[in-house]
Design a binder for this molecule. Structure first.
Ligand SMILES: Cc1ncc(C[n+]2csc(CCOP(=O)(O)OP(=O)(O)O)c2C)c(N)n1
Ligand code: SF4
Ligand SMILES: [Mg+2]
Length: 289
């Protein structure tokens, strides 16, 4: 069984005091302990941002701190090459919904067996508070000065994920540890593309999406009765213009994942497969005119 000591991170945490990332890290550690998966079979792939630093703050498991917007393709490669590994992506709202949006949409459509945790603080935190695709309308920053502040509505990762084809779509809040751990465990155990949008205050830059705002404006979907297998109902909840924000599982269905639909070796993970060079030569010979 994995212990809390095993998960002690190798580096000193540099997030600002009060940052919502602390709640995500704490929940991740609890989820890893709760998951019945040997810790060396878990891999984190992270992007660039304050969110992307998370692999440095958790020990025991393997990790890959990738490039801005690219943690999903790297995770997809790890997953398809070694099916014994369970891969978790940690990505920021800018990383995932800006630079990496194409990867997000296509990985959802392909139902790649990954768990994607979006640290959604509605801002580009690391680069000093520029408005991100998830920044609220009116958000004021150096790149969105008043009037009017950010001049458009924010991207909604939950609706994006459902429409694109993800098969587990949920929203958590960094301040609600119990629910967040449950949602993380559910996402990792799900076979298929699992998206968890995590509301995470950035106390330094985003003065609109604060701890107080989320504490006063979130409610549990599951406590209010919701059929997670009904896509239209999930979309209706995700698109609701109600001032209260739903937390919980919006959508969850079983569907074939990418690995079950492509020609991977059946007996061993791809990494252990030995290619017969004569077969490769035959393919080349057939192709060469
Ligand atoms: C290709 C590329 N473009 C831009 C950057 C600069 N950059 C680094 S982090 C970042 C934004 C991060 O925002 P987000 O993903 O929301 O992460 P947060 O810091 O808020 O957790 C940007 C634009 C970069 N490192 N690489
Ligand atoms: S800038 Fe924002 S997101 Fe980054 S560590 Fe500080 S509070 Fe957290
Ligand atoms: Mg961000």
């Amino acid at each position: 069984m994995t212990t809390a000591e095993q998960l002690e991170g190798p580096q000193k945490v540099t997030w600002c005091t009060g940052c919502g990332n602390y709640g995500i890290l704490a929940a991740l550690k609890k989820a890893v302990i709760e998951l019945d998966i040997p810790v060396h079979n878990l891999v984190i792939s992270s992007g660039i941002g304050c969110s992307g630093k998370i692999p440095h703050y958790i020990g025991g498991l393997n990790s890959f701190h990738t490039l801005h917007g690219r943690p999903i393709p790297v995770a997809s490669g790890i997953h398809l090459t070694n099916s014994e590994l369970r891969v978790i992506v940690h990505t920021g709202d800018g990383d995932c919904l800006g630079e990496g949006l194409g990867h997000f949409v296509h990985a959802a459509r392909r139902n790649v067996n990954l768990a994607v945790f979006i640290h959604n603080n509605g801002v580009m935190g690391l680069t000093k508070g520029q408005f991100s695709p998830a920044a609220p309308r009116g958000y004021v920053s150096n790149t969105s000065p008043p009037p009017p502040g950010a001049p458009m509505d924010p991207a909604n990762p939950v609706t994006q994920a459902i429409v694109a084809g993800a098969t587990y779509v949920a929203r958590g809040f960094s301040g609600d540890q119990k629910a967040l751990v449950e949602l993380m465990v559910g996402a990792v155990n799900h076979r298929g593309f699992a998206v968890l949008d995590i509301l995470q205050p950035c106390v330094t830059w985003n003065r609109q999406l604060t701890w107080k705002f989320y504490n006063e404006n979130t409610y549990s979907l599951q406590d209010n009765g919701h059929d997670v297998t009904n896509k239209l109902s999930a979309l209706e909840k995700a698109l609701s213009s109600d001032s209260k924000i739903p937390i919980g599982v919006f959508y969850k269905v079983d569907a074939p994942d990418l690995a079950s639909g492509i020609a991977l070796p059946k007996d061993v993970p791809l990494k252990d497969h030995i290619t017969n060079l004569k077969d490769v030569q035959k393919i080349i010979d057939d192709l060469v005119l």
